[in-house]
Design a protein around this ligand. Structure first.
Ligand code: KG4
Ligand code: ZN
Length: 386
């Protein structure tokens, strides 16, 4: 099989991205236009604004990705685009443009699940490093602003399938980072700021109660085996709304409101705050709170993922998605997985957060299988990965 150059397009949330990837194993170009500045004043992504920004950025971003790859619209072999999950209006911008390109150029169109993209970001970079031998079963933790999922991933011939064995019951981990940062007047997105500030605080200063996951009582309606399977599944679910509430209570109990408001205003007046700016406006109590929050999040993610790895006897672990950029999460996974002799792989930081290289990489097995999307496919905001 000769090389296949796939143009990937991603517009599921607040980044407009395009990339060219060769045969799922070599990143040729990777362009990401971030909308952070647009959404920053609102402390979160505003869907209506996101769609408009995608519409402005999509053509120049794709053009730049082709230019950087020294490719033309004609020289790529297929167009891949994110179908979901994500914001419907945002997804539609990428999908409409990808369809128009595929139609006009008479190229195959491939639709990709965004979560599968995050998993293939790891595979792309491992192949690029020359690591083609992957031990199965693979367990992938996809942890981002919209998702916290554990998948068992398997490959038969060139096609991949996924089984979800755990997910968040409420907030995604990245969402918790973002909400806590907003609550503490640290701006948006919260993950990168909390990541950098945590190193300056004491992670043992504040204790948070472990997440309580409430389950409907299914006993009596399920037989013994089904109850057991259900219990196993629940062990690997996540819940992060409780820790956010605990932080809110801490803020109230320690009278932190007015200092938070001062910080919010001071930082709002700085165009691109640096670590020193954040530090200049944070006292020790805030740094300790932030460091303790991050420690609790990291411990929960690592503990549940490693417990699932043991339960399902997996041979390889992937940790991917925006939160996988977190330094403490990486170090802790590396240390704890090594203790169990489990190889753990992350994408590089630029491929941890949303990008289109991961979409082009995930499309390659579908290209080989001629699994092309019909011209009438549409966005699916709640698309499930199987
Ligand atoms: O994968 P991503 O770019 O978009 C989604 O698919 O959601 O992830 C964005 C999320 C945000 O919630 C952001 O705060 C979080 O990833 N994030 C981080 C870090 N960098 C980004 N969280 C913790 N530490 C980081 N260094
Ligand atoms: Zn994502």
């Amino acid at each position: 099989m000769s090389d296949a150059y796939i143009l990937g397009i991603e517009s599921s949330c607040d980044e407009t991205a395009a990339a060219v990837v060769r045969s799922g194993e070599q990143l040729i170009s990777n362009v990401v236009a971030s909308q952070i500045a647009t959404h920053q004043p609102y402390g979160g992504v505003v869907p209506e604004l996101a769609s408009r920004e995608h519409l402005k950025a999509i053509v120049p971003v794709v053009r730049q990705a082709l230019h950087e790859a020294r490719h033309t619209y004609d020289s790529v072999d297929a167009i891949a685009v994110t179908r979901g999950p994500g914001l419907a209006g945002s997804l539609l911008v990428g999908i409409s443009y990808a369809k128009a390109l595929a139609f006009a150029l008479d190229k195959p169109l491939i639709s990709v699940n965004h979560l599968e993209g995050h998993i293939h970001a790891v595979l792309l970079e491992e192949r690029q490093k020359g690591n083609h031998e992957l031990q199965f079963p693979v367990l992938a933790l996809v942890v981002s602003g919209g998702h916290t999922h554990l998948y068992l991933a398997s490959q038969r011939d060139s096609s991949w399938t996924y089984e979800n064995i755990g997910h968040t019951r409420d907030d995604a981990a990245g969402e918790a980072f973002d909400k806590v940062a907003k609550l503490l007047g640290l701006g948006y997105p919260g993950g990168p700021v909390i990541d950098r500030m945590s190193a300056r605080g004491d992670p043992r200063a504040v204790k948070f109660p472990p997440a309580q996951i409430k389950h409907p009582d299914r006993r009596g309606r399920l037989d013994g085996k089904a109850v057991e399977a259900e219990e196993t599944r629940r062990r690997f679910d996540f819940s992060y709304s409780g820790i956010k509430t605990a932080i809110l209570r801490y803020v109230e109990a320690h009278d932190m409101r007015s200092s938070i408001e001062e910080r919010r205003q001071a930082l709002a007046n700085i165009a691109k705050p640096k670590v020193e700016d954040y530090l200049a406006h944070c006292d020790g109590q805030t740094l300790n709170l932030v460091a303790s929050f991050q420690r609790a999040m990291v411990e929960d993610l690592v503990e549940k993922t490693l417990a699932a790895a043991q339960e399902f006897e997996v041979a390889t672990l992937f940790v991917t998605g925006g939160v996988a950029a977190n330094a403490e999460l990486r170090q802790t996974f590396e240390r704890e997985a090594a203790r169990e002799g489990l190889p753990v792989f992350f994408p590089s930081r630029p491929l941890s957060t949303d990008n289109a290289a991961m979409i082009a990489a995930a499309a390659y097995p579908k290209f080989l299988a001629k699994d092309f999307a019909p011209m009438d496919f549409s966005a699916e905001a709640g698309l499930v990965l199987r």
